[in-house]
Design a protein around this ligand. Structure first.
Ligand code: GLN
Length: 494
């Protein structure tokens, strides 16, 4: 059962073939078997998960009408707060902190009867592309334990690929849902900015951060999107409009008569040939299904990475000022408030987080503000205009999700620029606030590792990504004859 989709599990639950307690226990057993190798989880809440499962089972037995995913387990990225459950954001800074409230994503998961198994590993405060920046050690890619599972949400994507959970929540500031999905052969969706509440999501870069669904199928992601999405008055940037009809779109995957725009700037130099080959094969499939493929140019995308690495660190330097040794987490040293604050931040934050705080503080300082932060904001506007012009020619835009397959743990750890380049294709959507989805496109011929196909849609047209994603997913599945994860090596007793 653990290899099934969440929708299949939900069906088995509603027909009483299996109870939620049994299903939850099966996943907890898998976690015990494989997580010493994978290290997807920072905290497993067995008791809480089983208690929640018992409650769902009792309500089902009493004849209550339950939400579609009720009783199905999920893994939660450790950047979203859950009342009473340790939340570290992958940082020593928050070690031992138990939040006094639920994030909106967590309350909605609970309202939907979705079982929260535990908190997943991540790059510290979501800064990174490999999960190597976690203060608690890296997560290993189930396809090859010597490789990274992507980041920052590598724990969530690895949990899916190792069958430790059928559903997971990620957050995506510059690619942290989509790039991990790409390198683990799973599905990840960054909804339109404002589509899922940020209340209780520990802020990295508030104008870019967005929580979203991670799963092994497009339809599973759609159901999860519907469960967590929608307006929330606790988030001032939440969009007050109905959730786009993502489940309906995923059920009716179809590209006939659609125009699909291939972004010229997101291919070529720096992209692994095998990744590009899979991308082009997917385009051919889409054309054979009746889509018209056109090329579009977004010339300001060449500046997206530079703009991102000014805007995100600037917001981070301001957001992370709250970790002052007075309010949350650890406190180190003695003496004046300034001495304690300085000693705590020195010990509590890792290298990458410090690098971003220093970069951001510099970019925001008087005399440099206009040259750096101001220019980056202008580039952001130009990128949004590039997208607008491209969407005038195409219903959705596509690209490879990440330029390469999973690299080796340690390979890029000392080269921040090489690490930053992983997100070259995912960052533009965050800057523009639009949605992006990654689905597996196959296994690259050089290394047999999974690659991702990215689909982008205009703001609040998230349903288009699901429509195209499920059509392509179905076509690829019939070509392969089996799900991509069936090719991954067995771990533990799997
Ligand atoms: N890898 C990017 C960064 O380090 C994106 C991270 C994210 O989306 N949270 O900033």
């Amino acid at each position: 059962m653990i290899k099934n989709s969440a929708v299949e599990m939900a069906k088995a639950l509603s027909s009483n073939e299996i109870s939620s307690v049994e299903l939850t226990q099966a996943h907890l057993d898998q976690i015990s078997k494989v997580d010493t190798d994978v290290h997807a989880f920072l905290h497993v809440d067995s008791e809480g998960a089983l208690a929640q499962a018992r409650d769902v089972d009792a309500r089902r037995k009493a004849g209550e009408k339950l939400a579609p995913l009720a009783g199905v387990p999920l893994a939660l990225k450790d950047v979203l707060v859950q009342k009473g459950i340790p939340t570290t954001c992958g940082s020593k800074m928050l070690e031992g902190w138990r939040p006094p409230y639920d994030s909106t994503v967590v309350s909605r998961l609970k309202d939907n009867g979705i079982i929260i198994l535990g908190k997943t590993n991540m790059d510290e405060f979501a800064m990174g592309s490999s999960t190597e920046n976690s203060a608690y050690g890296p997560t290993h890619n189930p396809w090859d334990l010597a490789r990274i599972p992507g980041g920052s949400g590598g724990g969530s994507s690895a949990a899916l690929a190792a069958f430790e959970a059928p559903l997971a929540i990620g957050t995506d500031t510059g690619g942290s849902i989509r790039q991990p999905a790409a390198v683990t052969g799973t599905v990840g969706v960054k909804p339109t900015y404002g589509g899922v509440s940020r209340y209780g999501l520990v802020a990295f870069s508030s104008s870019l951060d967005q929580a979203g669904p991670c799963a092994r199928t497009v339809l599973d992601a759609a159901y999860l999107h519907e469960a967590i999405g929608g307006y929330d008055r606790m988030d001032s940037t939440s969009i007050n409009a109905p959730i786009p009809p993502v489940v309906e779109a995923a059920k009716n995957g179809n590209v006939k008569g659609m125009t699909i725009g291939v972004i010229k700037e997101l291919q070529g130099d720096g992209y692994q040939p095998g990744v590009l080959k899979l991308f082009n094969q997917s385009l051919e499939l889409l054309a054979s299904l009746g889509a018209e493929i056109v090329e579009v140019s977004c010339k300001y995308f060449d500046y997206a990475l530079a703009a991102y690495y000014l805007i995100a660190p600037s917001e981070c330097s301001s957001n992370l000022a709250r970790f002052d040794a007075m309010r949350y987490g650890i406190r180190v040293g003695e003496g004046s408030a300034e001495e304690v604050m300085s000693a705590t931040r020195q010990q509590g934050f890792g290298r990458e987080v410090k690098r971003r705080i220093i970069l951001g503080t510099y970019a925001l300082s008087s005399g440099y503000y206009d040259a750096y932060y101001g220019s980056a904001q202008k580039v952001r506007t130009l990128i949004s205009r590039d997208f607008e012009a491209a969407f005038a020619k195409a219903d959705v835009l596509v690209s490879p999700t990440a330029p390469t397959t999973a690299f080796k743990i340690g390979e890029k750890a000392n080269d921040p620029i090489a690490m930053y380049l992983n997100d070259i294709a995912t960052i533009p959507t965050n800057l523009a606030g639009i949605g992006g989805m990654s689905i597996p496109s196959g296994l690259a011929e050089e290394d047999g590792l999974p690659a991702g196909f990215q689909i982008m849609a205009p703001a609040m047209k998230d349903d288009r990504m699901y429509q195209v994603g499920s059509a392509l997913e179905a076509a690829l599945l019939s070509k392969w004859g089996k799900p991509i994860l069936d090719n991954a090596p067995s771990l533990g007793a799997r």
